[in-house]
Design a protein around this ligand. Structure first.
Ligand code: NAP
Length: 427
């Protein structure tokens, strides 16, 4: 159960109990194999007077918005605001609410919004980041330049109360929320419910545009988190069909760099590069955090991205795991050394897990993680051409300038800090 209270001086601090996910540990020998299957895997507030001022970021709303700041909002006023357009305002007069602001992509979206001059209201948990490792001060530091609001996206009432206490109107909501575990219940709680809460709360306070960070893999939904995302996508699209001018942009990126960097340090240490089948079962056009953040922020104002589903990859050609491995060995100046694992091993493991779930229902997340691993081992993160039913690199748009090769070089030099996958290790 979560609770919420609000600060009167424009700051909210909320905390909700951490989701306790299943954690599976392995010996160091198996770590490289496991890295192939790693997936990504809260709120009470107190009156502001009891908190040191230095913990708060000043609200930097424009003059016009300051006038709105303390206006009490009613739903009818909010609807009126929703029908008016924000697109003819300059960024400094546009209030952007971002949820999932502390995630791998969310942090970069906050930075990009700020650098383009928007007023950013970033919702965060008091303990943010992987396994809640960042305290409030660290979170404020990470989100410097934004008006940080500690609230609970999983609780609509708390979220609305937080926004009401802030007294601001919202023009645009950007969601970079995602379940940190990828577990079944957590996916529905975050990728669907919490994301929907941000839509409802944003709408109530005037939002007329919603930018959703989704994933390209939802085009072939076999996993629970994909179904949860798709359900929200469908509801968002329906919302865009109304006649009050509400619009959306759904961004479906291919693979992130962090998802492809898990073997870099191991290969550097002399281990083989592990891949499934012949290493050509899947391909992707990886995109960096800053490039994706830039694309997402383009969606705030670009007219040509209104009411669209936007698959997006990084620059350059699509890369298979084999090509990624070859690239890595070339950068290291080493002779390629591959370990090819039959994909059937995954099917066997999933079969065993599915059987065990029937006896031990509490293992449902473990079985789901197995399916997630299988999915990413065999499915390309490219546009699925409806005409051919095949993945198409040509039909997958590229954006940005950062390449996987530069990323590998950086990891070889500096390690994987900041590129951790999440809260779960699965097999
Ligand atoms: N990995 C890939 O290659 C890839 C490719 C394409 C698309 N995607 C999609 O991109 C999206 C974002 O990924 P990401 O890596 O940036 O995600 P992430 O780093 O796991 O960040 C998730 C965000 O959601 C918040 N969140 C999670 N559970 C929460 C809870 N119970 N209460 C409040 N906030 C919660 C987190 O807050 P805290 O910091 O407080 O935990 C964080 O801000 C996902 O939808 C993913 O499916 C990923």
């Amino acid at each position: 159960m979560s609770m919420s209270m609000c600060f009167s001086s424009n700051l909210l601090t909320l905390h909700s109990p951490k989701h306790q996910g299943l954690s599976i540990s392995f010996s160091s020998e198996s770590s490289q194999f496991i890295k192939l299957f790693q997936v990504r895997s809260t709120p009470y507030a107190l009156p502001s007077s009891s908190f040191p001022r230095r913990l708060y970021e000043p609200l930097n709303f424009s003059r016009e918005n300051k006038l709105k700041l303390f206006a009490s909002f009613t739903p009818s006023e909010a609807v009126e605001t929703a029908t008016s357009t924000f697109r003819n305002k300059t960024p400094k007069d546009i209030n952007v609410l971002i949820v999932g602001s502390t995630g791998y992509i969310g942090k970069f979206v906050v930075k990009e919004l700020i650098s383009r001059g928007f007023n950013v209201i970033a919702i965060a948990r008091e303990k943010s980041g992987i396994r809640g490792k960042n305290d409030k001060e660290e979170t404020l530091n990470q989100l410097k330049g934004a008006n940080v609001c500690f609230s609970d996206v999983t609780n609509l009432g708390s979220l609305e109360k937080s926004l009401s206490d802030l007294g601001v109107s919202i023009d645009v909501v950007v969601s970079c929320l995602a379940s940190r575990s990828g577990g079944i219940k957590d996916s529905w709680k975050i990728d669907y419910e919490a994301t929907k809460n941000s839509l409802l709360a944003g709408r109530k306070f005037g939002a007329s545009h919603f930018v959703l960070l989704s994933a390209i893999c939802v085009q072939k939904p076999l996993l629970e988190f994909q179904r949860a995302k798709l359900k929200f996508e469908a509801e968002l699209m329906k919302e865009g069909e109304g006649n009050d001018g509400f619009t959306y942009s759904i961004v479906r990126p291919t693979a992130f760099f962090k998802s492809l960097g898990g073997q870099v340090e191991l290969v550097k240490d002399g281990k083989p590069y592990v891949m499934f089948g012949d290493g050509k079962l899947c391909a992707c056009k990886p995109i960096s955090e800053p490039d994706l953040a830039s694309f997402i922020v383009d969606c705030v104002l670009s007219e040509d991205k209104i009411n669209k589903v936007l698959p997006i990859g990084g620059p350059g050609k699509a890369l298979t795991p084999l090509e990624q491995g070859e690239m890595l060995f070339e950068l290291l100046g080493k002779e390629p050394k591959f370990l090819k694992v039959p994909i059937g091993i995954m099917d066997f493991a999933i079969g065993v897990l599915d059987f065990l779930v029937k006896i031990f229902p509490s293992m449902e997340d473990a079985a789901e993680f197995g399916k997630i691993g299988r999915y990413y081992a065999a499915e390309s993160m490219l546009v699925l051409d409806p005409e051919t039913g095949e993945y198409s690199a040509e039909k997958t748009p590229g954006y940005g300038k950062d390449t996987l090769e530069e990323f590998f070089e950086r990891v070889l030099r500096e390690g994987m800090a900041g590129q951790e996958l999440g809260e779960q290790t699965i097999f």
